[in-house]
Design a protein around this ligand. Structure first.
Ligand code: G2I
Length: 446
């Protein structure tokens, strides 16, 4: 299903081909159309009980794939042994079909949100294996032909890349992974079967463990089609090795997908942080686009009013592309601009280096060099940063510089907006300081 080439692609390309990333026309198009034109799906996790009104309208208009946030988990569908409850899952699958969306089934075998009869049961290996494969067979069969991708096994690894000692890992060892995939394939041969985990987004011990696991499964002939990278990220910390990591898995002969993207920040959200988040969302989108076998990208909730972050990380939030009132944030434009026809995939094309040139009592002169590290010309740029110690810009040259509170935004002037690939431009400013003059805490370029 990956790399779909559609008639829409050509139409959109004709209508929207921008001279630069980030034109208004690309930003205004539904994300699902932009994604489709680039051959990937753009999904969101949803909460079934919220699928009415503006929430439903946005989910349907902007996304062409949905993942139930909780409704397909074992604890939701079979809280008591033998008693199934499909209402929540059915509602989401029906919604997806009504709106021409794919469904990512999430998730069949996971150590969390298990019914207590599974988690706290006393199991012989054979009994647990049977219960697990029966569960996989029952759920996959119920949605046969209606779920496009299944997260068959979720989060099987520890941080060091070894097998997590969940009830499944501890009782059955690694063999449970293969058995779960075989049961899923038998129940719906057409569904794409994924293993999914977090903190495997860049190259490191955990993703090395995942890489080795997938290699072993493939060598054993286990029917695994793809690897999901959850991408629960922190502002400013998109792994630099993300694209290379996705590519090494794709080179094993499996699809890859970004399955649960969110980018959290310490609250309150400021203009500078939201601009940084925009660049981060764009970078993840471009990493997926750069890898031909990246099937699609799913955000873990599309609105800040439907995100797990504030509950799990007190003081953090604003992690999704739409705010609590369903208004698009800069992050949404970051996705749109990365998906816009003509935007090259791969690493973001812009870096900004901030230096203090000279400093005296109460004042200093600063300089920022904007460098185009991409392969296409930059046509218009913006640099944002946040001052941690009350510094204030007084006067700038070679850029328009505006400051609101601690947040500073610098945009190009008409004569220096175009930066060729590999080129750079520099602007400067005089500013005041008191007490200390530490460098900016957030610096983004886009
Ligand atoms: O934890 C973030 C995600 C990590 N990867 C697997 C995903 O399945 C997981 O999703 C989250 C849901 O977004 C949350 O909504 O999984 C959480 C549980 O680990 C979900 O939180 C639970 C709360 O803990 C419950 O108190 C609540 O009843 O959501 C339930 C339904 O709202």
């Amino acid at each position: 299903m990956f790399r779909r080439l559609t008639a829409t692609a050509a139409l959109l390309a004709a209508a929207l081909t921008p001279t630069l990333a980030g034109t208004a026309s690309a930003a205004d198009a539904p994300l699902r159309e932009l994604a489709d034109a680039r051959g990937i799906y753009l999904g969101t996790a949803v909460t079934g009980g919220k699928l009415t009104g503006a929430y439903a309208d946005t989910a349907a208009a902007q996304f062409d794939s949905v993942t139930p946030g909780n409704e397909m988990k074992w604890g939701s569908v079979e809280p008591v042994r033998g008693q199934y409850s499909w209402t929540g899952a059915d509602r989401i699958v029906d919604f997806a079909e009504a709106h021409g969306q794919e469904v990512r089934g999430h998730t069949l075998v996971w150590h969390s949100q298990l019914p207590s009869w599974v988690e706290n049961g006393t199991w012989t290996p054979d009994a647990l294996r049977t219960v697990m494969t029966d569960h996989v067979t029952t759920e996959v069969s119920r949605y046969k032909g209606r779920v496009d991708h299944w997260d068959v096994v979720n989060e099987p690894l520890n941080e060091d890349g070894t097998l997590r000692r969940s009830v499944f890992g501890a009782t059955l060892g690694e063999s449970y992974v293969a058995d779960a995939f075989r049961a899923a394939r038998a129940a719906d041969p057409a569904a794409k079967l994924y293993v999914n985990d977090y903190s495997t987004d860049g190259i490191g011990a955990k993703s090395d463990g995942m890489y080795a696991l997938v290699k072993r499964l493939l060598a054993q002939g286990v029917p695994i089609d793809g690897v999901g990278f959850q991408a629960h990220l922190i502002l400013g910390q998109v792994p630099s090795t993300m694209e290379a990591n996705l590519r090494r898995f794709a080179d094993l002969g499996v699809d890859v997908a970004i399955t649960e993207l969110d980018i959290r920040m310490t609250l309150p959200a400021t203009e500078a942080k939201l601009a940084r988040q925009k660049a981060d969302y764009a970078a993840v989108t471009r990493a997926c686009l750069a890898v031909t076998r990246c099937a699609g990208l799913t955000v873990w909730g599309f609105t800040d009013s439907d995100s797990w972050i504030p509950d799990f990380f007190p003081g953090e939030g604003a992690a999704t592309p739409y705010d609590e009132n369903l208004s698009p944030k800069p992050a949404r434009a970051g996705i749109a601009e990365a998906l816009a026809p003509g935007t090259p995939p791969g690493p973001a094309g812009c870096t900004a280096a901030y230096t203090v040139q000279s400093q005296w009592g109460g004042g200093f002169t600063g300089q920022v060099t904007v460098r185009n590290t991409g392969t296409a010309p930059l046509t218009g740029w913006r640099v944002v940063w946040e001052y941690p110690a009350g510094q204030r810009i007084a006067q700038a040259w070679n850029a328009t510089v505006a400051q609101t509170g601690t947040a500073v935004t610098a945009t190009n002037l008409p004569y220096n907006g175009t930066v060729p690939a590999g080129g750079s431009v520099t602007f400067g400013f005089n500013a005041s300081w008191a007490g200390s003059n530490p460098p900016p805490t957030v610096l983004g370029c886009g």
